[in-house]
Design a protein around this ligand. Structure first.
Ligand SMILES: [Zn+2]
Ligand SMILES: [Zn+2]
Length: 309
């Protein structure tokens, strides 16, 4: 057996950990990837893959984890949940072992990956939405067709006209909204792989025709699935888009009151602004077209717009 002094010289020390933040986070994600569902199955939150990884443990085999630094091991086979007392006691013991089983000089005895890394960041600004959209757009040059399946088909209804897309070459491309719906739920595009930022699941992408469920493809313990976080994310985005849309509509209405005679050229030149005034892009096109064809008066258009809102 190694003496403490000799053994501790091989260990990662606290001072080293503090200066290698990016490396430390990469290593945390590497540990997380080892917790395959069939190896670390049915574990409660206290000893979930995330909690173990945060304290330096990687999964070795069925119910067995090992510290990547001091190589201590914990065997975590749980009794049946029907034996309630035994089950609870066993979880408490394993939970304490996540700290106590490390070697006395192992840095993971004192350190833990901050919870902020695990938690989802709220989306509260239009800048964040635009950044996610930009990242989704960059993905499109690699892929021919994307189909979103699952619950998002019905409960996350957004259109390209909801965004500031004047500069985008993908304005009429349905792939853009699909890619956005993927990026929003923590999936990052990495060449031919999709990787969840939170549970580190990796999905190989079929570049010709990618069919994907951005929610159910996460691991069962992914933070995005906890407490319906993914539904809160949809609400946050819809709130931002709705608020932005309402602001622009009121802006246009104010302009209407003061400069009725100038509003038509303004609407035509600020295509994106007008997108948000009416409910659908197709309707907008027909409306603008009829304005040119039929010489529809500005006041007629205003009335039509108000009805469509
Ligand atoms: Zn250790
Ligand atoms: Zn995930």
């Amino acid at each position: 057996m190694l003496k403490d002094s000799k053994f501790s010289s091989h260990l990662l020390h606290l001072s080293q950990l503090q200066i290698i933040n990016h490396k430390t986070l990469d290593e945390y994600r590497d540990r997380l990837k080892t917790y395959e569902d069939y190896l670390w199955f049915g574990k409660p939150d206290q000893i979930s893959a995330i909690e173990c990884s945060r304290r330096g443990w990687a999964c070795q085999s069925n119910d067995l984890i090992e510290c990547v630094n001091c190589h201590a091991q914990i065997f975590a086979q749980l009794p049946s949940v029907l034996k309630k007392e035994q089950y609870t006691e066993c979880i408490e013991n394993i939970c304490q072992s996540l700290v106590n089983s490390h070697h006395r000089y192992c840095v993971w005895k004192f350190m833990i990956i901050p919870e902020s890394i695990v938690q989802l960041t709220d989306i509260y600004s239009n800048e964040t939405v635009n950044r996610l959209l930009k990242e989704a757009e960059e993905f499109l040059s690699h892929i021919n067709q994307i189909d979103i399946v699952g619950q998002l088909q019905t409960i996350f209804q957004i259109e390209s006209t909801d965004f500031d897309l004047l500069s985008s070459s993908y304005l009429n491309d349905p792939r853009l909204i699909s890619a956005f719906k993927i990026r929003v739920f923590c999936w990052k595009f990495n060449n031919s792989l999709l990787i969840c930022d939170k549970c580190c699941r990796e999905i190989r992408i079929n570049m010709n025709h990618f069919v994907f469920d951005p929610i159910l493809s996460h691991r069962a313990w992914c933070p995005i699935l906890k407490n319906n976080q993914w539904k809160k994310r949809i609400e946050q985005i819809e709130n931002i888009l709705y608020k932005k849309s309402r602001n622009k509509i009121s802006e246009i209405k104010t302009n209407n009151d003061h400069t009725t005679e100038n509003i038509l050229p303004d609407i035509i030149s600020t295509q994106n602004l007008f997108h948000e005034l009416i409910s659908s892009k197709e309707y907008y096109r027909s409306c603008v077209q009829s304005t040119f064809d039929d010489n529809t008066s500005t006041s007629d258009m205003d009335r039509t717009n108000n009805e469509s809102i």
